[in-house]
Design a protein around this ligand. Sequence first.
Ligand code: NDP
Length: 335
Amino acid sequence: APQSKKLGVALVGLGSYSTYQLAPALQDTQHCYLAGVVTGTPVKEKQWADKYGIPTANIYNYDNFDAIADNDDIDIVYVVLPNSMHAEFCIRAAKAGKHVICEKPMAISVKECDDIINACNAAGVKLGVGYRLQSEPYTNEIKRIVREKSFGEVRFVSAEAGYRSRGNPDQWRLNKALAGGGALLNMGVYAIQGAIYGTGQNPISVSAQEFSTDPDYFKDTDESITAQFKFPNGATGNIFTSHSANVNRHYSAFDNGWLELNPANNYGPLAGRLSTGEEINFPHESQQKLQMDDFALHVLEGKPNKAPGEMGKRDMIICEAIYQSIAEGGKTIDL
Ligand code: NDP
């Protein structure tokens, strides 16, 4: 078969994730490469041009970004901005005729997720969410074990995702207008994803509680949240997410065994064990490389979209239900 072309990716927002994970991963990807950047910080234009050999014509700011429509070097726009900016830039990218990758959480409301999905459908462009674990081998091994019922029927899942964060009090992640929420939107989406791939089902109801121990630091955003799910087959689940505790684990219990990942959510290598005493073991590869190549192959060859917009929206529906349950004193919310 003829060698397919490498797709050009433009990163929007050159913060830590773009700088330390995505741009390095794009040096190793097979089906896409770093072709452009979009930044609001002028000094980064030259830094990135020099470091990655990006031509001036492929460097944009937030004002002139829409002109990317005329740039044939750029096939995919990857939005890596604070959460409340995802919707605006994903929609502008779609209107410019570019395929879109949107970082997690997909947006700060279900309504915004719908707006992004609709804009991409109207423009006829592909949409993926930056759920790197959907392309990650340990995670996919869990999905396989669940799907094939290797240990029988699943009865319980527990998923924890969080870290202790006490950095700059002015950071956007502590600002509800920019972050949309706290630990839940930042790390809780990994625990929600774990609960779903660890049972192979979408939850049918949720109840939730918020814990605040440090309100002087977390003035505006949730610090720690637990939530309990019911699943269609009768299984139950529990998730915990936090900006005060380092938690990073996945556990699924079946009629005839169990599986565990610990760590479960970081950049890897992950580690896993089964009730048989076996270890789950895969060679380590950059998750971001796998994720971006999977998306490029979806665009180029119609391979499966591992993290479509509907998945990001599904998780946002669950986040909104969790916040609603907390607001209503832990009431069970049907999903
Ligand atoms: P950073 O704060 O490190 O970077 C955000 C960048 O966005 C800034 O550097 C800036 O880039 C741009 N920006 C534009 N407007 C603002 C504003 N008002 N306040 C702050 N920054 C602004 O964030 P991260 O890189 O850690 O996170 C970005 C996104 O990526 C988030 O949605 C986050 O959830 C997601 N993420 C996903 C991860 C994953 O594993 N999938 C891991 C880490 C983050 P510039 O100077 O170029 O304009």
